[in-house]
Ligand binder design. Structure first.
Ligand code: MF3
Ligand code: CO
Length: 259
């Protein structure tokens, strides 16, 4: 069942979304060679609580950290730990925040210092895919209009979308209906209508689409070890078109490469 939200509820989700965006920027400002992902997670958890939010991922289906941090070939759900960020890494920061009972969800892949040309292209294509998908998040369109738009951008660039992971409705719960796949056919899937709030999140790799889940039950890597990127926004379907509820701020508004 798809839960459509009132204007009041959308403003609540936007409040959570602003804190999500600030958290991504705060963590981004701390990313540098030598910092561990556990240190970044700690900073994220403290920042969210200092702003009266709760880190939605913590305890979700038993997830053990405040946010997900996924370096290099990790596509999603990387568990923060003793991994030290290195020059040239790609590091995805995926943040869910609950504020005043409402939830927003966003992810951003940062490049650390000098990254190679193919890594740069992966980031550019991932951002372009998200923006192009969001353009389709309009009343009367279908879910797979978003999916098809994302897939086209990614595959025309010679990259792959991960098919076994999807975006989702979000707002009262972390994961609501409908699923938002990153591949599909125009005109298919549920029709979009006013008040839907959805997380659109292309998860892409520079190689193949297959993924592997690690023994920890969470960490998802590309099966072929290729680099991955993940860009996500929470978006409301409104009479004025798509409204991004997690707009980028700070270092994340300047572009994904940290120099
Ligand atoms: N934020 C993730 C998403 O984009 C969900 C993380 S689930 C968790 O949907 F359990 F790892 F937190
Ligand atoms: Co999500």
């Amino acid at each position: 069942m798809i839960i459509r939200k009132s204007q009041r509820e959308i403003e609540k989700i936007a409040g959570a979304g602003a804190l999500v965006a600030e958290t991504i920027a705060h963590v981004g400002s701390l990313i540098a060679p030598g910092v561990t992902t556990a240190e970044l997670d700690d900073a994220a958890g403290r920042f969210i609580r200092e702003h009266r939010g709760l880190p939605t991922s913590l305890g979700y289906k038993g997830y053990p950290a405040a946010i997900c941090i996924s370096p290099n070939d990790v596509v999603v759900h990387g568990i923060p730990g003793d991994y030290e960020v290195g020059e040239g890494d790609l590091v995805t920061i995926d943040v869910g925040v609950t504020l005043d009972g409402y939830i927003a969800d966003s992810a951003y892949t940062f490049g650390v210092g000098e990254i190679d040309g193919e890594a740069q292209r992966l980031l550019d294509v991932g951002q372009d895919a998200l923006e192009t998908g969001i353009e389709q998040a309009r009343i009367g369109n279908h879910v797979e209009d978003i999916s098809h738009a994302v897939q086209t951008v990614v595959e025309e660039a010679g990259f792959s979308v991960v098919r076994s992971l999807v975006g989702h409705g979000v707002g009262r719960h972390y994961h609501e209906d409908p699923h938002i796949p990153n591949f599909g056919q125009r005109g298919r899937g549920p029709r979009l209508s006013e008040g839907m709030t959805i997380a659109i999140e292309p998860m892409i790799t520079a190689g193949g689409a297959d993924i592997v889940v690690a023994d920890d039950g969470w960490t998802i890597t590309s099966a072929d070890g290729s680099l991955a990127a993940h860009f996500e926004h929470t978006v409301a379907i409104t009479g004025d078109g798509p409204r991004i509820l997690t707009p980028r701020v700070g270092v994340a508004a300047r572009g994904p490469v940290l120099r």
